[in-house]
Design a protein around this ligand. Structure first.
Ligand code: GRG
Length: 289
């Protein structure tokens, strides 16, 4: 199966569960904006959960809820990030953002509801035994929260009013939290589902998350707005330090290549079984959206 077909198949599984779980929240005025928030996107984090689980012999009957959980957290982060008090964007995934369609208060509540839904999904008995569910819930709380993704966002906001631009070391730390923490969780969830230690997959996830973020900076600098489905050239307009401003376009591209090589090398112990994940690493940096 081609990588694109595997990504689409995993997307359909994750999306099917998310839509069902959101509809089961009814009656609430938040069903429609929640469905809008999770629609579209590449589904890369959900794919990583499902494929890392397969690597450990866990099928999507158990991994799909974990895939849906991380996509729910990701969708919440995008809804909140798009708010006027954060990045102030009116387009996401080629559609109007939630606050543009329903107003800021509904957008805040939509993000809140998606965040709670993630943990409801992980609490389901279909995910595994109590220990497994607890470990997934705890690790996702840490990855998404004030020590993980939210920390990265807070550092990013603080950087806007800092007296000097961030250094390469500081931007790496920020992005490893803001974008990297959810990638790390997605890649290690399969090991946790199988009752195994997460360390081997962390070695894959860390360079992958960073490479994905550098690719995002490259797309922001030279990508096509229509393909990306969101406003671009924001970083340069805001005078923000990014991997591109610090390394230059060619330097940033060279760094993504090094990181993809590192990510692929981490998969060596898994042999041919990990081919989908190798392709995901290449896709993360070659993508145009
Ligand atoms: C507001 C709590 C809070 C956190 C926001 C991740 C984040 C933190 C904000 C997103 C801002 C952003 C565009 C970061 C660049 C990297 C990134 C996460 C891009 C979007 O991820 P994709 O490309 O999106 O996987 P799709 O739409 O494909 O799901």
């Amino acid at each position: 199966m081609s990588f694109r077909s595997a990504l689409d198949k995993a997307f359909d599984i994750t999306q099917g569960l998310l839509v069902k779980a959101i509809n089961s929240q009814a009656p609430t005025p938040l069903v429609e904006p929640m469905l809008h928030a999770v629609a579209g996107g590449k589904g890369l984090r959900g794919f990583l959960v499902q494929k890392s689980a397969e690597l450990y012999g866990v099928g999507h009957d158990r991994s799909a809820r974990a895939a849906a959980a991380v996509e729910a957290i990701h969708a919440y982060s995008l809804v909140h990030d798009d708010l006027p008090c954060m990045d102030d964007d009116d387009q996401r995934r080629g559609q109007p953002t939630v606050h543009v369609k329903w107003g800021e208060a509904v957008a805040v509540l939509t993000g809140d509801s998606l965040q709670s839904l993630a943990f409801e999904l992980l609490s389901d008995e279909a995910v595994g035994n109590t220990d497994t569910r607890l470990e997934l819930i705890e690790s996702l709380s840490v990855s998404a929260g004030a020590r993980g993704m939210v920390r990265g966002q807070a550092l990013d906001i603080a950087a806007e009013t800092a007296e000097r631009p961030l250094t390469l070391e500081e931007i790496t730390e920020l992005q490893m939290a803001k974008t990297g923490a959810l990638f790390e969780w997605s890649c290690t969830a399969g090991a946790i589902l199988a009752g195994e230690g997460p360390e081997p997959m962390r070695k894959f996830a860390r360079p992958l998350g960073l490479a994905f973020q550098i690719a995002d900076d490259i797309i922001d600098a030279e990508g096509d707005t229509e393909l990306a489905g969101k406003r671009l050239r924001k970083d340069a307009a805001a005078g923000k330090a990014t991997f591109v401003s610090l390394l230059g376009l060619e330097g940033a591209r060279a760094r993504t290549k090094e990181l993809v090589d590192e990510a692929e090398a981490a998969l060596a112990p898994f042999g041919a079984k990990a081919e989908n994940l190798r392709q995901a690493a290449r896709f993360a940096v070659e993508r145009r959206m």
